[in-house]
Design a protein around this ligand. Structure first.
Ligand code: ADP
Ligand code: ZN
Ligand code: ZN
Length: 626
C-alpha cells in the first residue's frame, strides 16, 4: 500500500501538499526535502494517510531529515489550532515554531562549543614559550588562574586576541576539545522565598491545589503588590515535581532585574527567548527546552511555541499587554494561544496584571478563571494625584500646554524624574504643504507618512514603506512643508532645548532597535542620571525609576477617538500603570493628563474611582453594543 504524506512547506500560502513516500515512512513532525516548483524545498510532515486514489500522480519526497519528529505533537496541534482560529495557512504558522537554523535544514542537536585549556603545567608552558611575546605569557597565566577550560568567547572577552590563542595552540601549549554547550545548574545557594502576606499565601495555596489539571487563574494586583513573588513560589512547587515552566513577559519586561530574581531563586538551568537572540542562540534555547535540559523558559510572545516535554505551568505576566499580540504576519495572541496550550496539556496557567484585559475580567465573572486579588502593596507608597489639563483653546508648544511645561520645570527643579508619554514614534505623524494642502501619503497603503526628521525620511508606520524627505511639495512646488502633530522625537527635541541642563532619554522602537540600547537607557534612568524621559507605552511597566514624581500623558485624546474598540481600555491601562510608577515611598507622585475632553465620563470614573469601576463601565458598554 502506498502512503500519501502531507507536507507543510513554509510560506507557500497553503496548509500542505501531498507527496508519495516510496517505501520510506517519515514520522509526523519530521522535516523532509521535497521537490516543489523546480526547487528542493524543506517541509514538515503534518499527516500521513493511505492513498485513496492510487492513479493520482504525485511527486515523491526526496529525503528525510529527521529520524524522529522534530515538531512535537502538541506543538503541531497548537500550530493547527492557530491556523484554524486565526485563519492563517499552516505554512505561515509552522515557521513561527521553528528556529531559523531548523527551517534551513540544520540537524537538530545542541550546538557544540570548542573549549581551550593548557596542555601542560603552567611553569612548563612558560618555559616552552621562552622569551617571546609578553601577551602570550599573560594568556598562559590567565588560563592557569582560571583553572577551568575556557571558550573562545571568554578568552576574547578577557582581552586576548584569537591570534594569540592560535599561536599557543600551534605550539602545543594549549589544547582544545569540543563539548555540547549546555547550562550547568547554579552552584550558589538560592535565595530563600519571602514570607507571604495572607493574600499571597491564599493565591499560592489555591494555585498549588490544581497543579495536575487545567485551571486559569487571574492574579490581579498593582505593581509592587507581590505578583512576581507569587509566581516564584508556585514555580518552585512545579519545579520540585520535576516539571518545566514557561513564563511569558511583554517585549519590554525582560529586564536584568527580573531575570536575576529568577536566577537567584532557582538552581534549575533556564533559557531566555526574545527577539534579540541570534540564530544559534535561538536554536540552542529551543533545543535545550526540547531536550528537557532547561526547566525554566522565560520569553516574549514567540516563546509560546517552545517545545517543553514536561511542561507543568504557564505564567503570563502583564496579560493585558499589547505586545503579546502579533500584529503582522500571523496575527495570533500569545495569551489566548497559551490558554489553549495549557488546556490541552492539562496544566494550570496564571495570568498576572495590574490592569487585566476586559476579556479576562469577563472570564472571571463567567467563572472560567479564578480571580486572585492582591490588594495590599507590599512596599508602601504615598497616594498620588491625578490632574486633568484642559487643553481646549490653549496654545500648545510642540504638543505641550503651558501648565504642563511649568509642572515639568517644577519637578525637575526638585531634582526629581519626569516621564512624558506620547504613543507615537517619529517627529510628526503628518507632513503638510502650507500652500496647497498636499499631505505626504504612503504609496503602498494610503496612510499618512510619519516624518522622522533626524534621519530625513518619511516612514509609513503601517506597512514599513520609507522614502526620502522631499525638498518641496510634489504638487505645487511650494517649499513650506509643515510637520503637523507631535511624536516622541519632536517632544524630545523641544524638551531638550527647553531644559538643556537636564539629561534626557527617549525610549521608543526607533531608539532601541539594538540589543544593548534599551538596557543602557534603563540603566541611566534607574541610576538617576537621566531626569527627563520621553517614551511610548513601551515604558509603562516594570522599571525602577528611583525619583519619578511626575508623569505626563500627552495624547490621551487618542484613546477617545481611536477606531480601535480597545483604545479606551488601553488608555485606562496605560494611565493606571503609569500612575503606579509615579511616587515612591518618600516622594508623592503626580499624573498630568492633557485632553480636549476633560469631562469625559469614563476618564473621570478612572481617575476618581480606579481601574475596576472603569473596566466594569466599559464592559457594560460592550454588552449594550452587543
Ligand atoms: P509585582 O510583581 O506585583 O510588581 P513583586 O513581586 O515584584 O510585585 O513585589 C514588589 C516588591 O515587594 C519586591 O521588591 C518584592 O521583593 C517585595 N515583596 C513581595 N512580596 C513580599 C512579601 N510577602 N514580603 C516582603 N516583601 C515582598
Ligand atoms: Zn503644495
Ligand atoms: Zn504604508
Amino acid at each position: 500500500m502506498t502512503h500519501v504524506v502531507k507536507v507543510c512547506i513554509p510560506h507557500t500560502h497553503r496548509d500542505f501538499f501531498d507527496y508519495h513516500a516510496d517505501g520510506i515512512e517519515p514520522s509526523i513532525g519530521a522535516r523532509v526535502w521535497v521537490p516543489f516548483r523546480n526547487k528542493n524545498r524543506l517541509g514538515i510532515v503534518v499527516a500521513i494517510s493511505t492513498a485513496d486514489d492510487p492513479t493520482r500522480t504525485l511527486k515523491s519526497i526526496t529525503s528525510v531529515i529527521d529520524e524522529k519528529s522534530l515538531l512535537p505533537a502538541d506543538i503541531l496541534d497548537l500550530c493547527q489550532w492557530i491556523s484554524r482560529y486565526y485563519q492563517s495557512p499552516l505554512s505561515e504558522v509552522i515557521p513561527l515554531a521553528l528556529p531559523k537554523k531548523y527551517r534551513l535544514g540544520d540537524l537538530a542537536k545542541l550546538p557544540v562549543c570548542t573549549y581551550y585549556q593548557l596542555a601542560c603545567a603552567c611553569e612548563v608552558a612558560h618555559q616552552q614559550l621562552g622569551k617571546k611575546s609578553p601577551r602570550q605569557h599573560a594568556l598562559i597565566d590567565y588560563f592557569s588562574s582560571h583553572g577551568l577550560p575556557l571558550s573562545k568567547k571568554e578568552i576574547t572577552q578577557a582581552g586576548f586576541s584569537s591570534v594569540l590563542l592560535h599561536a599557543l595552540l600551534n605550539m602545543g601549549i594549549v589544547k582544545s576539545f569540543d563539548e555540547v554547550d549546555k547550562p550547568t545548574p547554579m552552584n550558589q545557594i538560592p535565595d530563600a522565598p519571602l514570607p507571604l502576606n495572607p493574600e499571597q499565601t491564599f493565591a499560592v495555596d489555591t494555585i498549588c491545589k490544581s497543579l495536575q489539571s487545567y485551571h486559569g487563574f487571574l492574579l490581579k494586583g498593582v505593581t509592587g503588590s507581590g505578583k512576581t513573588e507569587v509566581y516564584l513560589q508556585v514555580i518552585a512547587n512545579v519545579l520540585a515535581l520535576g516539571r518545566q515552566v514557561l513564563v511569558l513577559v511583554p517585549e519590554i519586561g525582560l529586564t536584568p532585574q527580573l531575570l536575576s530574581r529568577f536566577t537567584a531563586r532557582f538552581r534549575e538551568p533556564m533559557a531566555v527567548i526574545h527577539s534579540h537572540l541570534n540564530d544559534s542562540e535561538r536554536q540552542q534555547a529551543w533545543q535545550l527546552a526540547y531536550d528537557n535540559e532547561v526547566k525554566l523558559v522565560i520569553g516574549t510572545r514567540s516563546a509560546i511555541f517552545t517545545p517543553m516535554p514536561t511542561l507543568g505551568l504557564i505564567v503570563i505576566d502583564e496579560e493585558h499587554d499589547a505586545s503579546l499580540k502579533q500584529m503582522d504576519g500571523v496575527r495570533y495572541h500569545a495569551r489566548d494561544t497559551a490558554l489553549i496550550r495549557a488546556h490541552v496539556a492539562r496544566i494550570p496557567i496564571i495570568l498576572g496584571s495590574a490592569t487585566p484585559s476586559l476579556e479576562s475580567l469577563h472570564n472571571c465573572t463567567l467563572k472560567k478563571y479564578t480571580l486572585l486579588p492582591l490588594t495590599q502593596k507590599a512596599l508602601s507608597s504615598t497616594p498620588l494625584h491625578y490632574q486633568v489639563i484642559d487643553i481646549r483653546n490653549q496654545v500648545l508648544q510642540h504638543g505641550l500646554a503651558d501648565p504642563t511645561i511649568a509642572a515639568i520645570e517644577a519637578h525637575l527643579k526638585q531634582k526629581n524624574q519626569v516621564l512624558v508619554f506620547i504613543n507615537r514614534r517619529g517627529f510628526s505623524p503628518v507632513l503638510l504643504c502650507h500652500q496647497c494642502g498636499w499631505m505626504a501619503d504612503c504609496r503602498a497603503c494610503d496612510s499618512h507618512l510619519t516624518l522622522h526628521r533626524s534621519i530625513h525620511r518619511l516612514i509609513c508606520h503601517h506597512c514599513g514603506h520609507t522614502q526620502s524627505l522631499p525638498a518641496s511639495c510634489p504638487t505645487c512646488k511650494g517649499r513650506e512643508l509643515l510637520p503637523v502633530g507631535v511624536g516622541t522625537q519632536r517632544v524630545h527635541d523641544f524638551l531638550s532645548s527647553a531644559f538643556p541642563d537636564n539629561v534626557m532619554v527617549r525610549i521608543d522602537r526607533d531608539e532601541v532597535v539594538k540589543k544593548q540600547a534599551l538596557q543602557n537607557r534603563l540603566e541611566r534612568i534607574s541610576s538617576g542620571e537621566a531626569q527627563l524621559i520621553v517614551g511610548t507605552q513601551m515604558l509603562a511597566k516594570g522599571h525602577h525609576f528611583p525619583r519619578l514624581t511626575l508623569v505626563v500623558v500627552l495624547d490621551a485624546d487618542n484613546g477617545f477617538y481611536n477606531q480601535d474598540f480597545r483604545a479606551m481600555e488601553g488608555l485606562g491601562q496605560l494611565l493606571t500603570q503609569v500612575a503606579g510608577r509615579a511616587g515612591r515611598a518618600e516622594f508623592p507622585g503626580q499624573v498630568l493628563i492633557q485632553t480636549h475632553l476633560p469631562q469625559h465620563p469614563l476618564l473621570n470614573i478612572l481617575i476618581q474611582q480606579g481601574y475596576d469601576p472603569f473596566a466594569q463601565s466599559l464592559l457594560t458598554m460592550r454588552q449594550q453594543a452587543g
